[in-house]
Write a protein that binds this ligand. Structure first.
Ligand code: SIN
Length: 328
């Protein structure tokens, strides 16, 4: 890895020299969600802050709603140099590292504050570098929120979901999670979810309040069950070639702009989670079901065995560190 980064840095001086007189550096930021989401707002904030910190030196172009790349193609496009920044859900990195699967383990984190502590701690920070051998550099984590189930039928206990077709992100942990309750998981891109629900090709999906509201899934789902069973967060990533090819000054200013944008996005995530839940309830289109402790415990009991299936791939120490974050 050192050799690889050294080679990139060696080329960087040439690139830096060229940057002095050249047109602004174009930074394409591709994502799949709407603009009125934590990620959509964070991307726009990054554009504002980066362009004001480096006037005339960078131009950030934000492409929301899978306009440039879908979630299944963006990381490969980044490796090929076709896009500079993306922030895929943590569930979408499975091809690049086993360790990030930790974030998909059901009922691992007790709430978003525990997630935050883990991500900011040494283990979480190490994970940002876990894909550098694949030329992907993590710049930070961004929250969206905890996931809930939506369905065309009322789902209260695991027996209710048996045989139901559920769209999932491209994660084997999520597949195992739904198989553990006898549902039928289907890995599909985010851009297809609304149509799959509308045409009844699937019965339900799991997502945050913000994604369910902004993509109008609630308009085509009669029920939502507030399970908080899993996490939907993002890693903001860039390509090693792009990042280490920047001058130290530009890289430092972009990193500062990114840190501030992520902090901004995280504040929005907390607000939107509560606001969009309420908007869904107020719409009258979806009935939101809350669970009793006994009902929720049935989900925990059914899904938690999934941890053992992936413990070796993820690393028991990493899982231990995540559990520690619940107790702090
Ligand atoms: C996203 O929030 O980026 C998409 C999540 C999903 O694919 O469900």
């Amino acid at each position: 890895m050192k050799t690889l980064v050294a080679t990139i840095l060696a080329c960087a001086s040439l690139v830096t020299f060229n940057q002095a007189a050249a047109a602004p550096i174009e930074i394409k930021f591709s994502h799949v969600v709407a603009e009125n989401t934590p990620k959509g707002q964070m991307a726009l904030k990054f554009k504002e802050l980066a362009e004001s910190a480096l006037p005339g030196q960078v131009e950030v172009k934000v492409y929301p709603n899978s306009q440039l790349f879908t979630d299944s193609s963006v990381l490969q496009a980044m490796q090929l140099g076709d896009v500079e920044i993306a922030a895929p859900a943590l569930s979408k990195f499975q091809k690049y590292t086993d360790q990030l699967q930790i974030f998909d383990l059901p009922f691992l984190f007790k709430d978003i504050n525990a997630v935050d502590r883990f991500q900011k701690g040494p283990e979480g920070q190490k994970l940002l570098k876990s894909m550098e051998s694949k030329l992907l550099v993590g710049l930070g984590y961004l929250h969206n929120g905890m996931k809930q189930l939506t369905d065309s039928n009322p789902i209260r206990v695991p027996a209710d979901i048996a045989g139901q077709k559920y769209r999932i992100m491209t994660s084997d942990v999520l597949q195992a999670q739904f198989e553990a309750v006898q549902a039928i998981p289907l890995k599909k891109p985010f851009s297809e979810v609304f149509t799959l629900l509308q045409t009844k090709a699937i019965d339900g999906q799991e997502n945050t309040w913000s994604n369910t509201y902004s993509k109008k899934f609630f308009e085509v789902q009669k029920y939502a069950t507030e399970t908080n069973h899993g996490l939907l967060d993002y890693m903001v990533v860039t390509s090693a070639e792009f990042w280490y090819g920047l001058s130290d000054d530009v890289r430092a200013k972009l990193k500062a702009a990114m840190d501030e944008s992520i902090a901004y996005g995280n504040t929005i995530a907390l607000q939107k989670d509560a606001e969009d839940r309420q908007k869904i309830i107020d719409s009258g289109k979806t009935t939101v079901l809350t669970l009793t402790d006994a009902e929720r415990q049935q989900w925990v009991d059914a899904m938690k065995p999934v941890w053992n299936m992936f413990a070796d791939e993820i690393g028991p120490d990493l899982i231990g560190a995540a559990l520690e974050a619940n107790n702090q």
